[in-house]
Design a binder for this molecule. Structure first.
Ligand SMILES: *Cc1c(COP(=O)(O)O)cnc(C)c1O
Length: 383
């Protein structure tokens, strides 16, 4: 590529950098960690890395990071207590693709199945079910965002003649509620539905799931068949990414060899981001298990602090047990927009990702305490 961009375009880049920087520094509402430093990896941006093909197979394209990708998969397989001789996975473009893959595997195994998921499930799931054209039923969720086990049992009982695919969530989007995989498994067993598959969407909370106290069953030992997590949420990455972990024996059922790439076509996309596995690998190496635990402990402490400060100010804030998300009634639009808080129906939340500090919570609280409630705009017809 020869040539250079104009002064005017250079200024636009400078301007954009400032905007992105200031937007980054004042958000508390989305589950994205911002405290990473990947500068040691910047040189790799010079290479056309592409991880196409199955990371566990050889491929003819060698400008890739499959080895790091495999290490990430192994790290999380171990963390999620997978069978050491029967696990597989890959680094995806994010939680949505990981969920799509879990549902795809499930449908390939049980083409006549019914999918069950709660109303608190992430929006990607409904779309994925539509893409895969699988019949589905939405289950009620409780006030805390967790699936209503009784409604689940009653609904599945009516459809006992069909295999069941259950999509559980480990950390729902708004309230960070966690569905108990072993309870779901127990209900399926009680109803004698042997043909079943459980995909656990752990995009938000998977990376700290094993440290949660009280522990909520969600992993392979608890009965999950596949688990998805995000790379850019709790861990943090400049590029969105996710990880999908499942059983190797399931992958073997769907793999087809592709001679053009000299590998197996076991992933959703052909070309795949080879830089994001590098970021994740680097983060895991730097943090280790203890580092992840410390990040989680810090987040819980900040969440408890945030909840207490809101309660002191008379705001009815609460958290699910062990959660890093503080839920409270919808706040004024000024505060919502300044702190980029997501709102759904009548609740909003702050997600205390590892980069959030008490100082930031204090600044937020200053706004809450000093905010003059803006007048609800009354829209009226005038005649
Ligand atoms: C963020 C999230 C997703 C989607 O992940 P993307 O990386 O945005 O595709 C899915 N499920 C849950 C529970 C999430 O929190």
């Amino acid at each position: 590529m020869n040539g250079s961009i104009s002064i005017c375009d250079k200024n636009r880049l400078e301007q954009l950098k400032k905007e992105v920087e200031s937007a980054r520094d004042s958000f508390l509402g989305y589950p994205v960690s911002k405290d990473f430093d990947y500068s040691e990896l910047y040189d790799f941006l010079k290479f056309p890395i592409n991880n196409l093909g199955d990371p566990f197979e050889d491929s003819t394209y060698k400008v890739q990071t499959h080895e790091m990708e495999r290490e990430i998969v192994t790290f999380f397989a171990k963390l999620f207590r997978a069978n050491p001789t029967d696990y597989w996975g890959y680094v995806t473009n994010g939680g949505s693709e990981s969920n799509l893959y879990g549902l795809y595997l499930a449908r390939e195994m049980y083409p006549k199945a019914m999918v069950y998921y709660s109303e608190s499930t992430h929006y990607s799931v409904r779309k994925n079910i539509h893409l895969l054209n699988i019949p589905s039923i939405v289950i009620r969720s409780n006030e805390n965002g967790e699936i209503d086990y009784e409604d689940f049992e009653n609904t599945v009982r009516f459809n006992r003649h069909k295999p069941a695919i259950v999509l559980t969530t480990f950390g729902t989007t708004m309230k960070e509620a966690k569905d108990d995989v072993s309870k779901i498994k127990g209900i399926l067993k009680k109803l004698a539905i042997h043909n079943h598959y459980i995909h656990c969407d752990a995009a938000l909370s998977g990376a700290y799931g094993p440290f949660l106290r009280p522990y909520v069953p969600f992993d392979f030992a608890d009965g999950a068949d596949s688990i998805s997590i995000s790379g850019h949420k709790f861990i943090g990455s400049p590029i969105p990414s996710g990880v999908l972990i499942t059983k190797r024996s399931y992958r073997d059922k769907i793999s087809k060899g592709i001679s053009y790439i000299g590998s197996l076509d076991t992933t959703i996309t052909g070309s795949r981001n080879g830089h994001s596995p590098l970021f994740l690998w680097y983060a895991i190496k730097k943090l280790g298990l203890e580092g992840l635990r410390k990040r989680y402990e810090h987040s819980v402490e900040i969440a408890q602090y945030c909840k207490a400060r809101l309660n002191e100010a008379g705001v009815a804030a609460w958290t699910n047990p062990g959660a890093i998300t503080v839920v409270f009634p919808k706040t004024s639009s000024k505060i919502k927009s300044k702190w980029q808080l997501a709102t759904e129906e009548d609740v909003t939340h702050i997600i205390c990702m590892p980069n959030v500090t008490k100082v930031q919570i204090d600044a937020f609280m200053d706004d809450v305490v000093n905010c003059v409630e803006d007048e609800e705009e009354e829209v009226e017809f005038s005649f």
